[in-house]
Design a protein around this ligand. Structure first.
Ligand code: SF4
Length: 65
């Protein structure tokens, strides 16, 4: 199985491209524990007021300070 073409680039560049698609570093992302299980959730509701699925970066990404 061949890798996507961008994966043959500089490994640091590939890592940065992969992370650019995640919520990692967003100030709206929160971590917690529930019944002994690690939970990652988004605290920012969408335009309709619904809960967002954390994991994939959205347009409301805001870098944590
Ligand atoms: S879904 Fe959007 S607002 Fe929520 S943590 Fe991810 S990037 Fe941030």
């Amino acid at each position: 199985m061949a890798l996507d073409s961008y994966r043959y680039r500089d490994p640091l560049e590939v890592l940065m491209l992969d992370e650019a698609r995640t919520c990692r570093g967003c100030s709206h992302q929160t971590h917690g524990w529930a019944f002994g299980v690690a939970i990652v959730a988004c605290t920012k509701p969408d335009e309709k007021g619904n809960r967002r699925q954390s994991g994939r970066r959205c347009k409301d990404y805001k870098e944590a300070e």
